[in-house]
Design a protein around this ligand. Sequence first.
Ligand code: FEO
Length: 164
Amino acid sequence: MLNKKVEDILNVQVEKEGYSSNLYLAMASWAETNGYEGISNWLHAQAEEEREHMLKIIAYINERGGKAIIPAFDKPPTDYDGVKPMFEQVLEHEQYVSALINEIVAVCEQEKDYTTHNWIQWFVTEQIEEEASANNILDKLNMLGDGPLYLFDRDIMNMRGEVE
Ligand code: FEO
């Protein structure tokens, strides 16, 4: 049976991953309507990944005898100040998610739930990739400076492969 405190914090994470998915979907939609097709594709793929993270947690809670709660989600922002500020927001958001995952690890240790502690390590590793991926994109955008985003928009999907 899943420890109650662990179950509760995992259910909080269900909402966080679902919100992440919607946040990236909102960004994808903004990119789409601003002519950034490649960036939009990257964000759509990212939104799918976040949904998979949410589903993975739901499946685990239920498999361990807990009860996954499907929550309501806050509305993500509709507009962004530009490509670079948007990716700065992506990095900031991923750093926030990493902190949340670390907190789950801490609760597992406090509650001596070594099964979930072991299971959550997949997310610990995933967050290294998620942050590296956002950092990689920001490095490229910084190199580009005020240059045209056309080539960046064309190449961004290849950059997914570089860090994953
Ligand atoms: Fe599921 Fe990007 O954290």
